[in-house]
Write a new protein. Sequence first.
Length: 133
Amino acid sequence: MKRIGRSKTAPICMVVVLTSTFLGASSADSAPANSWRELYTAVGKCIQTPTSAIGSEITVVFSIKRDGSLLGKPRISYAKLLGDTNTQKRFVADIFAALGKCFPLNITKGLGGAVAGRPLSFRIVARPPEIST
């Protein structure tokens, strides 16, 4: 992991572009995640982006324990929020509520040992639903 400054470590990051529709079942319904990619896919599948904040972006940093449960509180490291103040507040609250429903994540013991306590950065971009032709 890359060291920044004296004591900060760079969070492991993945960009997830979400549409305004539900992306799938919760991670508890599927096989346990066994890789970083599967971990981020599991989190991405359980988040529902609010439809009122199309164009908004938010990056949330959090850590998990070996068992997949949340360690501490997630925090926002970046936000580009569109709309009025109430829409912005609702967008952030909806993202945190959706994240709260994702935990504990269904992960393997091996992945749990690898991710425990590490800062994970999750970028959420709200885009309009794609129209199939």
